[in-house]
Ligand binder design. Structure first.
Ligand SMILES: [Zn+2]
Length: 323
């Protein structure tokens, strides 16, 4: 069996994924924020607990914010900033005394949905997470596309394409640039756009609140949602023009807005260099579980069978197993 771990900013979740795709074990712990050593310790403890619960060794895959830099071997681009600059891959492998695979959380989301989710059976899947940020991952024929810089699929810090005058130069982004797609189409970006146009304080309403107002017929909120749909469509049109995925799976908080699945495809054609646009845009099959499931999928079933076949005992000293 395969262990997947989702290393999030507020919680660390572990699952054991059975060969039939069922979740055989699930456990969550709060993330020790700003404490790197304790973060590694919680990962190790969760692995020990999972293996104790199911009675044999498993492969371990971890979905993480940011990625491991191929240039330096340390974490980069993580919004859980205490991970940045640390040798997370080496440290977890040393702690668990075995090879471990790590991947960006959006890549894990895309892998989960491509493997046995909403993109199953398709050749090219683009997975998008639009929540507090805006990430993306590409899976081709069942394998995550990483790239020499380990940033394949990272579209959130490209500029919003085809901007009108009101969208230039765009909001300042934490990456140092202005007008990044993420600053428009993340949940906070959407709520901010509404607040500015409606003349209310930024931060006084969140994305779900704006969506609820739009559903109630509020014209300002409906206007914000219309701008949002246009921006998501323009952003995805550039993906279609470059990658032409068979399916785009949306994840993250904004993927819970049903309106997007009708409205965004309808706005693609003017921006896609094609006579017809048949790209499907679909909700995730596994919802919030896709990240942790995709982490487990970083190892194939065949690889997991070999590990289980070796009947290796769970590692001593890996934490508070089964306590
Ligand atoms: Zn940016």
């Amino acid at each position: 069996m395969r262990i997947g771990i989702d290393l999030g900013g507020t919680k660390i979740e572990a699952v054991v994924l059975a060969p039939d795709g069922a979740i055989a074990f699930r456990q969550r712990r709060p993330t020790p924020r700003n404490d790197y050593d304790a973060t590694v310790q919680v990962i190790a403890a969760l692995v020990a607990e999972a293996e104790h619960a199911i009675g044999h060794a498993c492969t371990v895959g971890i979905g993480m914010p940011g990625t491991i830099s191929p240039a330096t071997g340390v974490v980069k681009n993580a919004n859980s900033t205490w991970l940045n600059g640390r040798r997370l891959h080496q440290d977890v492998e040393a702690r668990l005394d075995r090879p471990v695979r790590l991947a960006n959380d959006a890549n894990c989301f895309a892998l989960s949905e491509a493997s046995d989710g909403a993109g199953a059976g398709e050749s090219v899947v683009f997975g998008v997470i639009i929540g507090t940020g805006c990430g993306g991952g590409v899976v081709v024929n069942g394998a995550v596309l990483t790239g020499p810089n380990a940033i394949a699929g990272e579209w959130g810090h490209n500029p919003l394409p085809w901007p009108d005058d009101s969208e230039r130069p765009g909001p300042e982004c934490y990456c140092g640039k202005r007008g990044c797609l993420e600053s428009f189409i993340s949940g906070p970006g959407f709520a901010r756009d509404y607040a500015i146009h409606a003349g209310v304080a930024i931060g006084s309403i969140d994305a779900a609140g704006v969506v609820a107002r739009a559903s109630d017929g509020n014209a300002q909120a409906a206007g914000a949602l219309d701008r949002y749909v246009s921006r998501v469509a323009r952003g995805l049109a550039t993906i279609v023009n470059v990658l032409d995925p068979d399916v785009i799976v949306l994840g993250g908080g904004m993927s819970n807005v049903p309106h997007l699945y009708d409205a965004v495809p309808a706005r693609l054609p003017p921006f896609v260099f094609s006579d017809a646009v048949v790209t499907r845009i679909v909700p995730p099959k596994h919802g919030d579980s896709s990240g942790v499931r995709g982490a487990a999928w970083l190892w194939s079933l065949e690889e997991a069978r070999k590990v289980t076949g070796a009947a290796r005992a769970p590692q001593a000293g890996a934490g508070t197993a089964g306590a």
